[in-house]
Design a protein around this ligand. Structure first.
Ligand code: IMP
Length: 431
């Protein structure tokens, strides 16, 4: 019985929503293990569109247990609004179907304010282009040992002590940045109020999941963002503040690494990125515009236009290695329909030397020029293809070349946002 981790293998927005939904139908438990409501997951089920940020995708399917793990940072007010909005679409959410780890750190209003204030004063070149939702400052407080965590909401004295500890750090920081002082009592009152709504969902998630695993239940670990935004292995500092790579799935819910049987990397047939930071294959021309228009490349959380470029096999090879990807789900191939020639980045030229990976040093990254391999495109449409026979020969050649270059096989091929428009090579739960 396999437990599957789904991770984005680029800069996020690889089309995880559809694949996670397909897999969650086959899973008993769906667990978020990192990130927060900076994620934007869109699910289309029976023609109904569900937009999720913090909730695991499993909530929209009846009979599943959805879990928010300790690796997540949780904005309790946003979560309750999200629950109400999803309930408004006819979905039932109860403490039987949703559990939040008691050791999950909270995102407080001070975190969002700090996130946005820092971005506002940052000069060109230092701005990260965050979602402004307080993710970074909330993770800073977690490692700084001054978070208010879900369990703290249950006891007034502990809650107040935790708030005071956080404010000892935040008060002078806010003063320095020119943000108005925090009304401590108002914040405590707000937290006491939201506690009543959050606490029914609080649970020792690590214990529940380990017991469920022993009982043979299937767990789907739902990653958010993408491995190139990982705090350690991404294009630092232009990254998110959590570990995004697959190893985090175990730490982010409280299980051993042996709980992970299959890592599915989601890989888009070209590359996009929102926010600032290096992007070696970025296109500022007609081709880039065409990818963005055909691929509807606008951020689901911030509405920002995504930057677009050619497929970067060197970077995906790297993320497949750091996440130990077993197989990939290749998405949005149809966006490449009609290109006469396609380019794939196979490595970089750094001052005349060929590299097969992106170096870590920022100045070297800036000097890296992509080395491209060209492949003939196809004029036929691949949209909606449901078998290999439906694909043009050149599209198959493109996919096969990608598999070779990234050193990882295709397990699933997604050819449109529709559920059924998928070519299945390997079912990750059955592998
Ligand atoms: P933060 O996660 O809000 O701190 O933003 C840090 C970086 O991660 C920015 O470049 C964001 O655009 C990017 N980012 C955060 N969440 C997502 C996501 O779900 N998809 C794509 N990019 C994201």
């Amino acid at each position: 019985m396999a437990n599957v981790v789904v991770v984005g293998a680029q800069w996020g927005d690889e089309g995880k929503g559809k694949i996670v939904d397909w897999l969650s139908e086959r899973a008993d438990i769906i667990a978020r293990f990192q990130g927060g409501h900076n994620a934007g997951h869109t699910l289309v089920i029976d023609g109904k569109v569900y937009k999720l940020n913090a909730l695991p995708s499993g909530v929209v399917r009846g009979g599943k247990l959805s879990v928010i793990g300790n690796g997540v940072v949780l904005d309790p007010w946003h979560l309750i609004k999200e629950i109400e909005s999803i309930r408004g679409q006819g979905v039932e959410i109860s403490p039987e179907s949703l559990m939040i780890a008691e050791n999950t750190p909270l995102i407080l209003p001070i975190h969002g304010e700090l996130d946005r204030a820092r971005e506002e004063i940052a000069s060109k070149g230092t701005k990260i282009g965050t979602t402004g939702r307080g993710i970074g400052p909330a993770y800073e407080d977690k490692v700084g040992r001054r978070s208010v965590r879900v369990a703290d909401l249950a006891d007034d004295a502990t809650l107040e002590a935790r708030v005071d500890r956080a404010l000892q750090h935040h008060d002078p920081l806010r003063k320095g940045l020119g943000i108005e002082a925090i009304d401590r009592d108002a914040l405590v009152a707000q937290l006491k109020e939201i506690a009543k709504e959050i606490l029914p969902y609080a649970a020792p998630v690590w214990k529940v999941l380990n017991e469920k695993r022993k009982a043979g239940k299937r767990i789907l670990f739902e990653g958010a963002q993408g491995a190139l935004l990982d705090i350690d292995f991404g294009t630092y500092p232009f990254v998110t503040s959590s570990n995004v790579i697959a190893g985090q799935a175990a730490t982010g819910v409280g299980m051993g690494p042996g709980a992970i049987d299959y890592v599915l990397g989601i890989v888009k047939a070209y590359t996009t990125r929102v926010g600032e930071g290096p992007f070696p294959t970025e296109l500022d021309d007609e081709d880039g515009l065409r990818l963005g228009t055909r691929g509807h490349e606008f951020g689901t959380v911030t509405g920002r236009k995504r930057r677009c470029g050619w497929f970067d096999a060197a970077l995906v090879r790297q993320t497949c290695a750091t996440s130990g990807v077993t197989g990939i789900s290749f998405t949005k191939l149809d966006v490449l329909d009609g290109f006469e020639t396609l380019k794939i980045c196979v490595g970089y030229d750094l001052d005349g030397k060929a590299l097969d990976y992106l170096p870590t040093a920022a100045d070297e990254q800036a000097r890296c020029k992509p080395i491209y391999e060209e492949m003939p495109g196809w004029s036929e449409t691949t949209e909606g293809a449901r078998s290999w026979n439906d694909l043009p020969a050149n599209a198959i050649k493109y996919i096969k070349r990608v598999e070779e270059l990234i050193e990882c096989p295709v397990a699933m091929l997604s050819t449109s946002p529709e559920r059924e428009d998928t070519i299945l090579v390997t079912d990750p739960f059955e592998d």
